[in-house]
Design a protein around this ligand. Structure first.
Ligand SMILES: Cc1ncc(COP(=O)(O)O)c(C=O)c1O
Length: 383
């Protein structure tokens, strides 16, 4: 079976994890600190705070943004459910906004109809690695005092106006789940330009403690810690961070390979009438974390039937991005009309794309789609 994603892990990651184990310190410690600094420097913003997942990163981001019970947080429905769930963890109400058809992201035009006097934040997702237009959303939100949290779960390595995605955000959250380019198994990172915010985030991820366990361990004298506010255990381990440091060094290579494979998909799929593929927006570049394809309404088979045909041919594709407002957990939550979201979630699928995907495998995938679309597959010159 050709998987939808396979992380690019090897001997170097295994050695780094083994070294962390041999060191005797496997909980959050020096490797987490090193990974935070390296990741923040790679993105080009002040401070990194590593956590257990992007979901916990979003939860903490909402807390430090001062979001309280009853506040409204505008989110795209077209996102993994963690985006909307995070608002509920702090007692806020997620309000679903529609997305732009070509980027799958929120825009000022889709956010504005959802704003009320209770709106306190927007979670701006860079969906599937596609950069959202942060500056346009800042121009809408900043004069109104609405916080923006960038959900860059999938977007490590994407760029926005010449800089890595997240560099211009007050708070940006990343995921290191194996479906993402850079993985630590599970894991997440928050980036912020504010040293004070970073200090509070570090406290919140570690039970609200005013001193980290690693700092206490390093001290020669007995140290009594204090718990200054309600905190959580959202820590990353040093084993994960050791793997993350190796993966971060590979990110540039991962992007180059992925973009080449994506370009080849674009060329191959261009011969199937009506099938739309993703491409870079005018203001940035995507890392193609997920390569999604939009089927035309008159495609000869339904999206779900195409998924079945692909599975029969040994290809593990996936439905497109989910729409949270259609899930039972979100019945009755506020939203306006979501026509683009509903069309995209029904008519898109995600094709396998990963570092070791071969051109032969790509050909198998595209020829199944071509046959379903009643077209002869066409060859593309080998890269
Ligand atoms: C947009 C978005 N936000 C948040 C998450 C949650 O990330 P994690 O699995 O690291 O909690 C995901 C995961 O796929 C995601 O796609």
């Amino acid at each position: 079976m050709i998987p939808v994603m396979r992380p690019w892990l090897g001997a170097e990651e295994a050695a780094a994890a083994a070294e962390a184990v041999s060191s005797g310190w496997i909980a959050q410690g020096p490797r987490v600190a090193e990974f935070e600094a390296a990741f923040a420097s790679a993105i080009g913003t002040g401070h990194g705070v590593a956590v257990s997942s992007c979901t916990t990163a979003l939860h903490l981001a909402l807390l430090v943004a001062g979001i309280e019970p009853g506040d409204e947080v505008v989110v795209p429905s077209l996102s993994f459910i963690a985006t909307a769930n995070a608002a509920r963890y702090v007692g806020a109400v997620p309000v679903f906004a529609d997305v732009d058809e070509t980027t799958l992201n929120l825009t000022p035009a889709t956010i504005e109809p959802c704003l009320t006097p209770r709106t306190r934040a927007v979670i701006l997702v860079d969906q599937a690695g596609m950069p959202a237009d942060l500056e346009a959303v800042q121009a809408l939100c900043q004069p109104r005092g609405i916080a923006i949290i960038e959900d860059a779960a999938c977007a490590a390595g994407s760029t926005y106006r010449g800089r890595p995605v997240g560099a211009g955000a007050d708070l940006a959250a990343y995921s290191f789940h194996p479906r993402k380019l850079l993985t630590t198994g599970e894991g997440g990172m928050l980036l912020t330009p504010s040293a004070d915010v970073a200090v509070r985030l570090r406290r919140l991820r570690e039970h609200g403690m005013d001193l980290s366990a690693a700092a206490r361990h390093a001290s020669q004298q007995p140290v009594i810690e204090h718990y200054t506010e309600l905190g959580y255990n959202f820590r990353m381990t040093d084993i994960q961070a050791a793997i993350g440091l190796v993966q971060l060094r590979k990110l540039g290579q991962l992007i180059i390979r992925r973009r080449a494979l994506a370009q080849r998909y674009q060329q191959l799929l261009a011969h199937i009438p009506g099938v739309q593929t993703i491409t870079d927006p005018s203001y940035g570049t995507t890392n193609y974390q997920s390569f999604w394809v939009l089927l035309p309404p008159d495609f000869p088979v339904s999206r779900d039937e195409l998924l079945e045909r692909l599975a029969d041919a040994g290809v593990s594709a996936r439905r497109g991005i989910m729409a949270a407002h259609l899930e039972p957990a979100y019945q009755g939550f506020p939203r306006g009309p979501l026509p683009v979201t509903e069309r995209l979630t029904a008519q898109t699928l995600i094709l396998p794309l990963f570092h070791d995907l071969t051109e032969q495998e790509q050909d198998i995938i595209v020829s199944e789609i071509a046959v379903a679309g009643h077209r002869q597959p066409r060859a593309v010159a080998r890269a």
